[in-house]
Write a protein that binds this ligand. Structure first.
Ligand code: PMP
Length: 427
């Protein structure tokens, strides 16, 4: 495949945008080479500026769960646009989507909409601090909760790809309030709680991690966190920015049957427009301004176009619960095909999968950041570029989950498996 036009567009972009991109993971630093510029997308396919067609396994990093340019969402946005694009005043559709979201997600009474996953997680932590009157939080190495200061401490995703786990610009004062535990290791959490008695407001976690590749919680791990939180009056925050409305209607809370105190969302909830949200029971949510003392706001929050896209997306998922099974079946089929190709090779590998999230690591058993970081990146790079050459677009970093979308057909999956079989043989 040729990428002449993408390459020229990238050269031009770099003159005016730092690194030529508006979000670092797009830049291919982890895999080498230059990013591909997209012209349009429909269903499971991306069409780039050079006229190449690619089967998409990132789904805009999660939101396009029903495929690109899903017609009901496109129609809803066009229709709403005619009525004005932002008012800075309340609109009925905000209540409509809030009511539906709260009915789909377990253990929450109220929800507030923001504009990104970063804002959702940042606000959730402020709320937890305000509610509990305590300052510190526990996060897990390799989990990514957006780029607000408190979270850029051994974060996953681009923050690890770029080797700046502690970003300059995050002050020591902020960093000292973020304590780091190991994913899937309850003892590491207990030790932090013990050493910081009555100082921890919240534990924030990706209930299924997607920012160090896909990592599944071990049996008893999330249950153990729940109990520790109950015993020590700590709020458990599930960052469901990736898993929300993807693993099930009620996200990881529903699929894994664990109750969180605050849940954050992004991606699917906005149907591809910039939306984030956080939700909790009344007692906690009523701590927010204008009812309570914790301040949080946004000029474009609850924007009508974003709400129209999100509402249409959630309604579709609400009315067609079979979508989640269909996605999980497709992902299991892909897993089987990849497993066969890898088994026949001499390579060491792990495939982690839950629902429609999956990733391949070129190392043994991966269950936390340390084990993920042992992955052989030179194999990953070759695998990524080999697949790209076959017309398959995977996340351009081993520290990302793949996201399946329901527009993918079994024929697409077979093509992907055939491509992987060929590429793996060449590694
Ligand atoms: N939390 C998680 C689990 C995420 O994966 C991401 C983004 N990938 C975020 C938070 C931040 O979301 P955003 O990029 O919309 O700010």
């Amino acid at each position: 495949m040729e990428y002449k036009r993408s390459s020229a567009l990238f050269a031009e972009a770099k003159k005016y945008i730092p690194g030529g991109v508006n979000s670092p993971v797009r830049a291919f630093n982890a895999v080498g080479g230059e990013p591909i510029f997209v012209k349009q997308a429909k269903g499971a396919y991306l069409y780039d500026e050079d006229g190449n067609k690619l089967i998409d396994y990132i789904a805009s990093w999660g939101p396009m769960i029903l495929g690109h340019a899903f017609q009901p969402v496109v129609n809803a946005v066009i229709e709403k646009t005619q009525l004005g694009t932002s008012f800075g005043m309340p609109t009925q559709i905000e209540t409509e989507i809030a009511k539906l979201a709260v009915s789909m997600v377990p253990n929450v009474d109220k929800i507030r909409f923001v504009n990104s996953g970063t804002e959702a997680c940042m606000s959730a932590v402020r709320l937890a601090r305000g509610f509990t009157g305590k300052d510190k939080i526990i996060k897990f190495a390799g989990c990514y909760h957006g780029h607000s200061d408190s979270f850029l401490i051994q974060a996953g995703s681009g923050a690890v790809t770029f080797g700046s786990p502690n970003s300059p610009g995050v002050t020591q004062g902020t960093a000292k309030d973020t304590l780091l535990a190991r994913y899937n290791d309850l003892e590491s959490v207990k030790a932090l709680i013990e050493a910081n008695k009555n100082e921890i407001s919240a534990i924030i976690i990706e209930p299924v991690a997607g920012n160090m590749g896909c990592i599944i919680p071990k049996k008893g791990f999330l249950e153990g966190l729940r109990k520790l939180c109950d015993d020590h009056k700590i709020l458990l925050i599930f960052d469901e920015v990736m898993t929300g409305f993807r693993l099930a209607q009620g996200g990881a809370q529903e699929l894994l049957n664990i109750k969180a105190d605050i849940v954050t969302f992004g991606k699917v909830i906005g149907g591809g427009l910039p939306v984030g949200a956080f939700a909790a029971r009344n007692e906690i949510m009523d701590y927010l301004a204008p009812l309570g003392p914790v301040y949080q706001a946004g000029t474009l929050s609850g924007n009508p176009l974003a709400m129209a896209a999100g509402l249409t997306m959630l309604k579709t998922l609400f009315e067609h619960e079979d979508i989640f099974k269909s996605l999980a079946d497709k992902t299991a089929y892909l897993h089987q095909g990849l497993e066969k190709a890898l088994e026949e090779s001499e390579l060491t590998y792990t495939i982690n999968r839950l629902g429609s999230m999956i990733s391949v690591h070129f190392t043994e058993e991966v269950y936390d950041f340390e084990t993920a970081a042992k992955g052989n990146n030179s194999y990953f790079k070759k695998f990524f570029h080999g697949m790209l050459n076959e017309g398959i677009y995977l996340p351009p970093s081993a520290f990302e989950s793949w996201f399946l979308n329901n527009a993918l057909t079994y024929e697409d999956l077979d093509k992907t498996i055939d491509a992987a079989t060929k590429v793996i043989k060449s590694l």
